[in-house]
Design a protein around this ligand. Structure first.
Ligand code: MRU
Length: 361
């Protein structure tokens, strides 16, 4: 079967019209089970985001946009002021699901603006407009992934092996991913690319999701423990690192899955280019640097009782930040849907984000 004919994994899809539901592939069950769940309330969407059934910055944003629709439609028969109160509560609930990925707040802000732009409209019409906006956010995300892939593929040469961390693929977006979109686009161009996937402790997004997704698409992938990345680089087994991002500050400092910063340090030591691939919805220009990015801390049980088995002494003290920040100076380039930012600086970021995207904003 040709690479183009292999069906990509789909993290989420909207079924029906305003009274429809958000279907999510339950990523906590991968790679052993491909089971989906249908969310019909904002509470279900919040739970799915919090427990990583849907995860990855762009996918969280798209899910939250649909979460607003399922959260407010029951209030469509109320008078407009009561409907607006419900909308406010739902947006607050969704915003409290996870703190680091800015795409969540970006998508919720777009939904808030939809309602604000039609202050005298009937609630039913606002619900329809919120669904239209959620669909637009999803479609734009798919286009952004494709454009990131096109720009990034030019950085890879046939025969290259690429190391990636966590999952920044189709499972993390509405399209082909960000970091993995670059791989898919290069392979579609006829280049021979192989991937080394860090397993990504503690929740194993690399092992469970990236290795699964790449195998499904027929891309050669080798799974390694996070602690093996230094050796793989020293042995010159990889020619580039490409990762995704959860939030990029105005100066280019980038928050991504815990362990990304270690990979960036290793890449610098070994003279290997370290690329971040992210859509413009992942930039937060209100933050001057990465110290201001809120970092989610998750439960101790993810480390002491990973996947149901106790692997540490009862009651041991645990620190479990889910993300870290890679300083801009350790990033060779940022691949966006508008082009490649290189070298990474605040001026270059602002100039790139001011460019037209080439598809409706
Ligand atoms: O905790 P997760 O699985 O949501 O973390 C995901 C990542 O860190 C991804 O690399 C990032 O969101 C980019 S996804 C295109």
């Amino acid at each position: 079967m040709k690479f183009e004919d292999l069906t990509p994994a789909r993290a989420l899809e909207w079924l029906g019209e305003s009274n429809g539901s958000l279907r999510l592939l339950d990523q906590t069950l991968l790679p052993c089970e491909t089971t989906s769940l249908e969310c019909r309330s904002a509470e279900q969407v919040v739970e799915a985001i919090r427990s990583l059934r849907v995860r990855g910055a762009p996918a969280i944003g798209v899910a939250a946009a649909y979460g607003v629709v399922v959260g407010v439609r029951e209030a469509a028969s109320l008078e407009r002021s009561k409907f607006d109160e419900r909308l406010h509560v739902v947006i607050q609930q969704l915003a409290a699901s996870r703190p680091t990925a800015v795409n969540l707040f970006w998508a919720l802000d777009r939904q808030r603006q939809v309602a604000e732009r039609m202050p005298t409209a009937a609630p039913q019409d606002v619900v329809k407009a919120l669904l239209t906006e959620a669909r637009a956010i999803e479609t734009e995300d798919r286009s952004m992934c494709a454009a990131i892939g096109r720009h990034g593929a030019e950085l890879l040469t046939t025969g290259d092996a690429v190391l990636t961390h966590c999952n920044a693929g189709a499972l993390a977006t509405a399209g082909d991913g960000t970091a993995l979109a670059v791989i898919y686009a290069a392979v579609a161009d006829g280049k021979q690319i192989r991937v080394f996937a860090d397993e990504t402790r503690p929740l194993l997004q690399g092992a469970r999701l990236t290795a699964w997704e790449l195998s499904q698409r027929g891309v050669p992938v080798t799974l390694i423990c996070d602690s093996m990345a230094a050796t793989v680089m020293r042995q010159r087994k990889v020619q580039a690192v490409i990762v995704g991002a959860d939030r990029i500050a105005a100066n280019g400092d980038t928050a991504n899955k815990i362990g990304t910063y270690s990979v960036a340090c290793l890449a610098k030591t070994h003279g290997i280019p370290f690329y971040v691939a992210a859509p413009s919805s992942t930039f937060d220009l209100s933050l001057s640097n990465g110290d201001q990015i809120p970092i989610e801390e998750r439960s101790a049980a993810e480390i002491t009782h990973g996947f149901g088995r106790q692997t540490a002494p009862e009651g041991i003290d645990v620190y479990n930040p889910a993300f870290d920040v890679t300083p801009a100076e350790s990033i060779t380039a940022i691949i966006t849907e508008r082009g490649v930012i290189r070298p990474v600086s605040e001026a270059a970021i602002r100039e790139m984000l001011a460019r037209r995207s080439g598809f409706p904003a």
